[in-house]
Design a protein around this ligand. Structure first.
Ligand code: NCD
Ligand code: ZN
Length: 463
């Protein structure tokens, strides 16, 4: 099969359909997915999906003779494209860790058709100008749909212009603000939340109240480093932010939570949504003694008891979203003493196989998987035409081989970060192919599109 060499210019799916060469591009976005088991929101039904000009045109038991490229999907499950709302694609001056091309290749290989990039980059995504700059660079490199979170800033006019530039949220990073922000000051947070709410934009938070790095000193091990950021830091931050949020009245998305108690509180609060990661669901801190830097991230891994209760709560439907918190670093940077090793692990290529393994073990239903990895992310961040396989929706489809057994092998990642705390984990359930806007991006271990074939998404908040 031939794949077009035409570079597709930056697109804005949410607002318009501007393309550099519409005729070639649109033709390139026609595909027939034949004889798949198609997720219809409740269960699977055998059929075919015809995607025309990037959108689902028809789903029927049998569609023949459309005259377009066809994928024989017999034996595969067709699921709505997965959405990872918490990834660090780096690029710009941190491109040595990851760039838009490698990060979004990793996304496609992991079944994610849409990702939202975090702003703690160099330079940080802290102004409309920088959001637009990232959008421009990403348009030339991305393989999937990509949008941008912005840093929480204090000036309400800046908040407005960030919304106007298409940022998907304001990220408040409590342990170490990305740009100067008085995180100690409730009023400052309330003002920022109110401005975000006025602009129709959610706030995303890293809720960890790290008051002083008193316990971490040079040369200590990773277990000690984890002990120095105990669960109470999360509890304190979540309690405080929920209080402030109530006064501000805006939507707040709580990133990478580790405690059942946090999930319970967030569930009880309107306008609040919760996120958990595969590493906090499946790994506990004992592993730090053997895996060291490979399992070092923040918030750190918790006790086995805490992990089990987070998993149980998530399987019972208490979490809104699963996100990878894909946080690539070089092995050279990571493989140092705990006080020097940057926290974070790559996750785009492990999240789906790990969650499909839970599905195969009958611990997680497909319905919950689709909710946590597609429907809820789409609802929270305003992707109205995503997360569903039906006429008129975006042609973002993942074909999954639910039976395929495999082993996590970070040496084969598309990500530049070739390490994982999940290395050697046995999984069942794998991505066969990933279709983004009617275009096959990933198939059977290979990226088959050129850089820049994906789209840059704008939030469409009014600003
Ligand atoms: C993140 C990173 O590397 O950007 N690391 C992590 O361990 N989650 C940032 C962060 O949230 O600290
Ligand atoms: Zn974080």
């Amino acid at each position: 099969m031939e794949f077009s060499c035409v570079r597709i210019a930056q697109r804005n799916l949410a607002r318009s359909k501007k393309r550099s060469d519409p005729a070639v591009d649109l033709e390139d976005r026609n595909i027939l997915v034949k004889d798949a088991d198609i997720w219809n929101g409740k269960g699977f039904a055998r059929g075919s999906i015809f995607i025309q000009e990037g959108r689902i045109n028809r789903i029927a038991r049998s569609i023949i003779d459309t005259g377009v490229e066809t994928i024989d999907a017999a034996g595969f499950k067709a699921l709505p494209g997965f959405i990872d709302v918490h990834v660090h694609l780096r690029d710009m001056e941190l491109a040595y860790k990851e760039d838009f091309a490698t990060g979004t290749a990793a996304a496609a290989a992991g079944g994610f058709t849409t990702v939202l990039d975090m702003p703690n980059t160099v330079p940080p995504t802290d102004s409309a100008r920088r959001v637009i700059e990232k959008q421009k660079v990403a348009a030339q490199k991305t393989h999937v749909n990509v949008g941008f979170h912005a840093a929480a800033v204090s000036d309400s006019h800046d908040v407005e212009s960030l919304a106007g530039a298409g940022a998907f949220s304001l990220k408040l990073y409590m342990p170490k603000p990305i740009v100067p922000f008085d995180v100690e000051n409730d009023q400052a947070i309330q003002k920022m939340m109110r401005a975000a709410g006025d602009a129709g934009m959610p706030v995303t938070v890293h809720a960890e109240d790290v008051d002083a790095p008193k316990n971490t000193s040079q040369g200590e091990g990773f277990e000690e480093a984890a002990e120095a950021r105990p669960p109470i830091f999360e509890t304190r931050a979540v309690d405080r932010l929920l209080r402030i949020q109530k006064k501000a009245g805006c939507n707040v998305h709580y990133c990478h939570l580790t405690l059942r108690s946090s999930l319970m509180k967030i569930n009880a609060s309107t306008k609040s949504t919760s996120e958990v990661t595969p590493h906090h669901l499946l790994l506990s801190k004992q592993l730090l003694s053997s895996l060291g830097w490979r399992a070092w991230m923040v918030p750190p891994l918790r006790s086995e008891e805490t992990r089990r209760s987070l998993l149980k709560s998530t399987l019972a439907g208490l979490s809104s979203v699963i996100a990878s918190d894909h946080a690539p670093h070089t092995i050279k940077e990571k493989n140092q003493s705990a006080s020097r090793s940057p926290p974070g692990v790559p996750g785009l290529e492990t999240t789906l196989p790990l969650m499909l393994t839970l599905v195969n073990r009958q611990q997680m239903s497909i319905s919950l998987l689709v909710k946590l990895l597609s429907e809820n992310p789409a609802r929270i961040f305003g992707f109205k035409s995503k997360a569903k396989l039906q006429k008129g929706a975006d042609g973002d489809v993942v074909l999954v081989d639910l039976k395929k057994k495999s082993k996590i092998d970070s040496s084969r990642f598309f990500s530049k970060a070739k390490f994982s705390p999940f290395d050697e984990f046995k999984t069942q359930g794998a991505v066969h192919s990933t279709i983004v806007g009617g275009k096959v991006v990933y198939r059977e271990g290979e990226i088959v599109t050129r850089e820049g074939s994906g789209s840059v998404l704008h939030s469409g908040f009014s600003g």
